[in-house]
Design a protein around this ligand. Structure first.
Ligand SMILES: [Zn+2]
Ligand SMILES: [Zn+2]
Length: 302
């Protein structure tokens, strides 16, 4: 008899929800790290796998270890790979403790890793790209917690001017008139860990076409556990699916205690086939691979 091989590590989940890739690892209580390369952002750093290093902004939802354990390694790897200093944003009460943690690493490593850590309050915004910004949204968890929404700024022609000739518009502009107004279009929303909270039903969340949401518990007997741990239960998700207009909803933070197939079946029974079709489990490697194969085939056919 030879000893058994160790269980293989957590493989990164991958989903393509056009135009966004969602790649990450998320298991409730163990680690959550989810990157959207098109937005150059990684949500939470429960660990810092290779794919997460390239994001220049890390948006941390709260201070539990399964969401912050990879922070020093993330800053350090970016430095080691000669990337520009990473920027990390987090709930305001967490910024001081994280800065002190990074300072302590100087003694441990006998070298200084550059870092930028900024505390955010609900409603605060930071730029991700020239016309895209990240907005912090209040959530509710056992510790201070934020969700985030990436939004695009678009300037649109004022409705009463639609149909006017280019020349007429130019004349108005030259006369000093403001002919456009600014719109903010939600792109991707991320809940972090949270209990039910009005933040989940704010306009930015309701209108986001892609939502990355925690849903830790699925068993009927686990409803109390969800409330005690300040997490979402499948029954909460069912209500949110009614409110959210998102075409794609990606589930994160599913407890390892719940077998994936059981969670999927329970959700289908609760919300019905049509609603369940909008929902993807990030760690459902087999289904996500099949979905991607289908996407690839239809792209070839087109
Ligand atoms: Zn967590
Ligand atoms: Zn947590």
């Amino acid at each position: 008899m030879i000893p058994r091989r160790p269980v293989s590590g957590d493989r990164a989940g991958f989903l393509y929800c056009p135009p966004y890739r969602v790649q990450g690892i998320s298991i409730g209580g163990e680690h959550t790290v989810v990157q959207v390369p098109e937005l150059d952002v990684v949500f939470d750093l429960g660990s810092a796998p290779r794919f997460a290093i390239s994001a220049t902004v890390a948006a941390i939802s709260h201070g539990h270890m399964d969401h912050v354990g990879g922070i020093p390694y993330w800053f350090s790897q970016r430095n080691f790979q000669k990337m520009p200093e990473g920027r990390l944003v987090c709930p305001k009460p967490l910024a001081g403790p994280l800065q002190r943690m990074m300072e302590q690493w100087v003694d441990v490593e006998q070298q200084r890793t550059p870092f930028q850590i900024d505390g955010m309050s609900p409603g605060d915004e930071i730029d991700l790209k020239p016309s895209v910004f990240l907005k912090a949204i209040q959530m509710s968890h056992a510790v201070p917690a934020l969700g985030y929404v990436a939004l695009e700024r678009r300037s649109k022609l004022r409705p009463e001017l639609v149909g006017q000739s280019q020349q007429a518009l130019k004349e108005r502009r030259l006369a000093g008139e403001t002919i456009t107004y600014d719109m903010q279009i939600p792109l991707v929303a991320y809940t972090g860990d949270t209990d039910m909270h009005p933040g989940l039903l704010c306009d930015e969340f309701v209108k986001a076409p892609l939502i990355l949401t925690e849903c830790t518990f699925f068993d009927e007997e686990h409803r109390d556990r969800a409330r005690i741990g300040r997490h979402l239960h499948m029954r909460d998700l069912a209500g949110l699916l009614e409110a959210w207009e998102a075409r794609d909803v990606v589930l994160l933070h599913v407890s390892r205690r719940t077998p994936l197939e059981a969670a999927k079946a329970a959700l289908r029974d609760l919300v019905g086939e049509a609603q369940a079709k909008r929902v993807h489990f990030l760690m459902d490697h087999r289904a996500n691979r099949a979905r991607w194969d289908e996407q690839r085939e239809s792209a070839v056919d087109a």
